[in-house]
Ligand binder design. Structure first.
Ligand code: BJW
Ligand code: ZN
Length: 307
């Protein structure tokens, strides 16, 4: 565990600002906690259940093979929620940091499109786990890079309904209410090969991330030493994302900065001299931490939903 003196240094905003102002090469690794203040649930811990299913268990090719209707309802609901949500001040702050610091690159595990809607420059953003709004064929190479139809098809309409009685849970989310069974024939099929199902363009467990994107990240890390890594709203439980902070570390130079609602004793214990940890809501902390570089966050710039 870090001693109380070093704990004070680890959480010092003035010391962090001093380091930030000297940092040009900055990497961010973001996760679901970044979008929590936008109303989107995280995967692990409270909020990680969808009906009576663990959200992580639905994010697998095996779950899709076993029950594509159920998995499509889960993703259709998440598409609907993400379309209804708005980027929060942390998304806008990171987008502004990208404009102010050309040496900043943001790696995000989030598939909700909120970075893009906050106008994050696309050449400084890598969407590690794809997007809810990309559709692809389960088998052939057909892909629709951006589709925001909501509902995507009539069978998925229950996922796009507003709650008829806000005093009760949405019927779709209430495990006590049975789901109408969805036949494969009612789900969207590939317009090219015709026979196979469409699936969300996200990366499930056991699937490879886009290789060009991984090469690009590797090249970025290798190019020059990294001054700072911001690890925002992620449990750092999933690889390769969880490995990038240590991968980018040059001992004695790189500050790894954890921003999370909950920082465990183990997390504090792993921090080294020059690292930082800030416990709280990312939507409040990220704009405050980046203020010396980005100024006040202007959050109302979103004009249209786009990739
Ligand atoms: C707040 C907050 C607030 C809350 N403010 N904070 C090396 C070792 C061991 C295993 C592997 C390895 N390399 C690869 C693997 C296998 C596997 C893996 O990592 N397994 C682990 C379980 C160990 N990885 C893969 O399979 C990846 N593929 C791959 O590597 O291919 C090659 C290969 C395969 C097999 C073996 C070896 C190599 C693919 C990973 C794909 C992950 N997919 C998902 C679903 C995406 C689609 C979807 O969205 O549905 O990605 S799973 C899910 O977890 C999702 C997330 O992006 C990801 C990470 O979750 P995240 O974002 O961190 O969310 P949470 O909920 O976990 O945490 C939220 C955090 O926020 C918490 O800490 C809160 O405290 C905090 N928080 N509110 C700030 N307001
Ligand atoms: Zn196809």
């Amino acid at each position: 565990m870090a001693s109380s003196a070093s704990r004070a240094a680890l959480s010092s905003i003035p010391l962090f600002h001093e380091k930030l102002l000297k940092s040009n090469r900055i990497l961010a690794v973001c996760g679901a906690g970044l979008s929590a203040a936008s109303g989107l649930p995280t995967f692990r811990g409270a909020g990680g259940l969808w009906r009576n299913h663990n959200a992580v268990d639905l994010a697998t090719p095996e779950a899709f093979d076993a029950d594509p209707g159920l998995v499509w309802l889960f993703y259709a609901y998440r598409r609907h929620m993400a379309l209804t949500a708005k980027p929060n001040p942390a998304h806008y702050a990171l987008a502004e940091l990208a404009r102010k610091r050309p040496g900043f690159k943001c790696l995000s595990q989030n598939v909700d499109n909120l970075h893009v809607r906050a106008n994050h420059p696309s050449d400084q953003l890598s969407l590690l786990h794809g997007s809810l709004f990309t559709l692809k064929c389960t088998t052939c190479s057909w892909k629709d890079p951006y589709n925001i139809a909501d509902p995507l098809c009539p069978a998925l309409a229950p996922a796009a309904e507003s709650n008829p009685d806000p005093t009760k849970p949405l019927p779709l989310l209430d495990p006590a209410q049975p789901l109408a069974e969805i036949r494969e024939s009612e789900l969207p099929h590939c317009p090219d090969c015709k026979t196979e199902l469409q699936r969300p363009g996200v990366v499930w467990f056991g699937e490879m991330l886009d290789e060009d994107m991984l090469d690009d990240i590797e090249e970025w890390i290798e190019k020059e030493p990294v001054d700072m890594v911001l690890v925002v709203g992620t449990s750092s439980a999933v690889y390769p994302a969880a490995g990038y902070a240590e991968r980018a570390r040059t001992k004695g130079r790189t500050s790894v900065v954890t921003v999370n609602l909950e920082i465990t004793e183990e997390d504090w214990g792993r921090m080294r001299k020059g690292d930082f940890g800030f416990e709280g809501d990312a939507s409040l902390l990220v704009p405050e931490l980046l203020r010396p570089v980005i100024g006040e966050v202007k959050g109302e710039e979103e004009e249209e939903v786009k990739v």
